[in-house]
Design a protein around this ligand. Structure first.
Ligand code: ASP
Length: 458
């Protein structure tokens, strides 16, 4: 890319701060201190102010509410007031000398939200303003340049990210800002008509990943309110260990089963480019956090030495068990069974089978309102000798790249479950050996997670 600007000094970091990390002036001051602390923190990507406590509302939610109120033709004075108050309070708390621009920006935003809704436009402009204003406040506090995401994050007319155009625009804009930290707000960009477009909820993670990719960052720091990913749910196991390092594939397995830390779409840009993501805690910046890498040797950090990386799980699955004598001789049986699911637009999780049996493990949300029809269709289609529906299954996934080729892992896991008196209703281990999934009664779910944790971690 033939830019005349000086090359970006390397290695650089891109840091994204989440909503709780920027919820009020005190939190924003912590984020600014973190940015100032390391001159290689080259770009800062803020979210909108999040919840200050469990009963608070996120600014983004309030902005969506402003749009829907305006779309009904009502005045948004009342619903916009808390947004106005929050930003005014933040600016005051940060002791910024000049805040006239903020009052003007808030007036302009209130008016534009009303006009956009009246013109029948979607809520994206309104929703994006939390990130926009937080970005401007952070830039003012740091005394660093503000790059509007509308100018660099490009969406196509169809509303999809135009990745190549975005990478080029981000690189060029950042190169034009000398020195440390420039601020690019998360969550939004614009389409070819100049209309604001947002990613899906939680999308500032995606902006951070795209910016990291555009600048070939050495690391994408994702600052949040926890010190990384825990090995399992702390509501089940008391004070579980933090995962020091895991791979993107392990993250996918764990988050699919319930552990959330990063927007799933944020993984792709950085994963492709081999950029590690470092999950860190704004409230405890010296904690190690969790590093997510493409392959373990991409980082110099030592792995924990534990055979497993984490344990995740979900309740609310149903098993539909089919039995038919000589099923194994019947060519196309499985296809017919899956055809029934396809016609009902149901996706299944697992399909364990025996000689004359085949079971479908399906999430209850998929079956809602469809179960009776599916059972009838299966009876008609494959004429089973018996068909049984067993609800209340929970799945527990034990994930770990270190389990690969290590004998005795399954024995340890099943032994622990046996000792805890947990009956295993289903077992699934893919040949990737990255995880072992067991199905247990929903009532045994917590006991199963605790037993596995104890067996592998202590
Ligand atoms: N503020 C947006 C949301 O609440 C995006 C983000 O925080 O990542 O979804």
């Amino acid at each position: 890319m033939g830019s005349a600007s000086p090359p970006l000094s390397s290695p650089l970091k891109v840091c994204k701060f989440g909503g709780t990390s920027l919820a009020d002036a005190a939190q924003i001051a912590k984020a600014a201190a973190i940015v100032r602390d390391d001159p290689t923190r080259r770009v800062v990507v803020p979210s909108a102010p999040g919840k200050r406590d469990s009963v608070d509302a996120k600014i983004t939610d309030r902005l969506y509410q402003c749009h829907s109120t305006a779309a009904l033709g009502d005045s948004i004075d009342r619903v916009f007031q808390p947004v106005r108050d929050r930003f005014t309070q933040i600016a005051g708390g940060l002791g910024l000398a000049d805040t006239h621009w903020l009052d003007a920006a808030l007036d302009d935003i209130q008016e534009t939200i009303t006009d956009e809704a009246a013109a029948g436009r979607d809520a994206d402009y309104a929703a994006s303003r939390g990130e926009y204003l937080n970005g401007r406040l952070l830039a003012a506090l740091l005394d660093r340049p503000f790059i509007d995401a509308a100018d660099v994050v490009r969406f196509t007319g169809a509303g999809r990210l135009d990745a190549d155009a975005t990478y080029a625009a981000v690189k060029q804009a950042v190169e034009a800002t000398p020195g440390q930290a420039a601020v690019i707000p998360g969550f939004y960009g614009s389409d070819p008509d100049g209309q604001i477009k947002t990613f899906s909820r939680g999308g500032s993670d995606i902006t951070g990943a795209i910016v990291a990719r555009a600048l070939h960052a050495a690391v994408y720091e994702n600052w949040t309110d926890v010190s990384g990913l825990l090995m399992t749910d702390p509501r089940i196991v008391d004070a579980p260990a933090t995962i020091a390092l895991l791979t993107y594939r392990e993250l996918r397995e764990l988050s699919y089963m319930g552990a959330t830390v990063l927007h799933p779409e944020a993984v792709f840009p950085v994963r492709e480019a081999g950029i590690p993501v470092h999950i860190r805690n704004t409230n405890a910046p010296h904690d190690d956090g969790t590093v997510i890498v493409a392959s373990p040797d991409a980082s110099s950090r030592n792995a924990s030495g534990l055979p497993i990386t984490g344990i995740a799980g979900r309740k609310d699955f149903t098993v539909i068990a089919l039995e038919k004598a000589l099923m194994n001789n019947e060519v196309g049986y499985g296809e017919k069974v899956l055809g029934v699911l396809r016609r009902a637009n149901i996706s299944f999780e697992h399909m364990p089978s025996g000689i004359d049996t085949m079971s479908l493990v399906v999430a209850d949300t998929e079956l809602e309102g469809k179960l009776d029809d599916v059972v009838e269709d299966l009876k008609r289609e494959v004429e089973p000798d018996t068909i049984e529906v067993d609800p209340d299954l929970a799945l527990v996934a034990t994930v770990g790249r270190n389990m690969k080729t290590q004998p005795g892992m399954a024995a340890r896991l099943f032994g622990a479950l046996g000792q805890a008196g947990v009956n295993i209703r289903m077992i699934d281990q893919g040949s990737s050996e990255l995880n072992i999934i067991v199905g247990v009664n929903a009532d045994d779910f917590e006991a199963a997670v605790r037993a596995i944790y104890k067996a592998f971690v202590g």
